[in-house]
Design a protein around this ligand. Sequence first.
Ligand code: GRF
Length: 236
Amino acid sequence: MSKRIIDSVGKRQSSVTQLKLAVLISGGGTNLQALIDACAGTDFPAGISLVISNQENAGGLMRADKAEIPTRVIRHLDFTDRDAFDDALTAALEAANVELICLAGFMRILGRAFIEHWQDRLINIHPALLPAFKGLHTHRHALEAGVRIAGCTVHYVRAEVDVGPIIAQAAVAVLPGDTEESLGQRVLKQEHRLYPLAVELIARGHVRIEGGNAKLESDWAGEDVTLINPLPAPEK
Ligand code: GRF
């Protein structure tokens, strides 16, 4: 699947096997940036071959340009139906020999045929601890529900929205006085750590899907790693 590449002179020299990624965006692309930065690291086992946006003014396109990553704008408005749009995406992805698609703030619902075509090669980052708070406005819903711990999830995509085998999650404490914005910022910071981690786990072959769940073959956090909110009073 992957091929061994050596970067051209003047760029990062790497001899690790790199998984070919595509990142699909619709907006500012801070998660795209986190992936770009991770891929620039020596021996990161993946590289971005293509960035696709359905919005021509997505800020993330400039991030890709700056990193000299090929971009494509495929506007959903230019297609008569969802399948035609999805087919155009697949054609672009296959032309770039993409092995793993990372949805990063891509604001289009993909059709069943596309998702099945790319089954287990299509992942998404969602700003909540799935299966809680699917859909939009996750931080508002988390605050309304009064949860003490929020977070984000990277998961394989299935036909149902925000459902699919969970690869990795990061949790943050909800603080008194948190607003959608403050909580969102704190979660987003963790998204930027989590997405590269999930990609790395996949690229290194540490993730397999079994019985509808993703199983990891790498180190776990360990039973002592916990986030308790509020903090228990110190022992006297
Ligand atoms: C992130 O919160 C991501 O979890 C969600 O869309 C947002 C995209 O943000 N799917 P950015 O464009 O990566 O900054």
